[in-house]
Ligand binder design. Sequence first.
Ligand SMILES: [Zn+2]
Length: 231
Amino acid sequence: MSILTVSPTKPIKSSKFSDGQLTELHSQRMSIPKLAKQLGVSQQSVCKRLKELGLKPNGKPGPFPKYKKAGPEGFLCSSCGKAKPLRQRKGTICKKCTHDRWVSTREGALRCRYSMKKCHARQKGLQFSLTLEYFKNLYEQQGGRDGYTDEQMTFAFGHGRSRTTVSLDRIDNEGAYTPDNVKFCCLGANAKKRNKPVDQFMVQLELDFSNGVSDVSQPKAKEESNPENTL
Ligand SMILES: [Zn+2]
């Protein structure tokens, strides 16, 4: 006796709404976009079911995005021009381009960074008590500049990321992501700082800079010993 004996069953309908629901709403003269919205499903599945039930759609269907086909399972992204699988389609552009457009705005980039940080903290088992509001305000407060070196930060991530890509540093590396323990800085600075205490890192930065333009970064002690320079 095998447990795996297959008994003939009807194919299970994997839909989220019943025929009754649809006929009920359809009788209220709802258009396809409205039906789809009401039932929380796609317009296509509403169309399909209406056809199965032999019902005529009320009003006109909403405009379907016109996209260029590329083979049976692909389309041409109108943004990057590459052929992509249909499942990666968002309107006429691909998912990657949608994402790139979104993160190219400051709002999108910050939101994206925020959720990544939150996820990263959870994975590492670190406390994360920053709100998105705080995250964005902190960035604005810093004027988009590195909290240690005052360098302008950039938003290129992934393959395009560079030394100046924005990153969130935990001031005390042993501590958690709390409002008083975070600062935005460039990826380069973050990598240099690693788990050094801030004081030690600031000294290191001063030394780094003094290699190049020694005249500009005069140690503070010298200025103080020269009172005639002030005022
Ligand atoms: Zn694309």
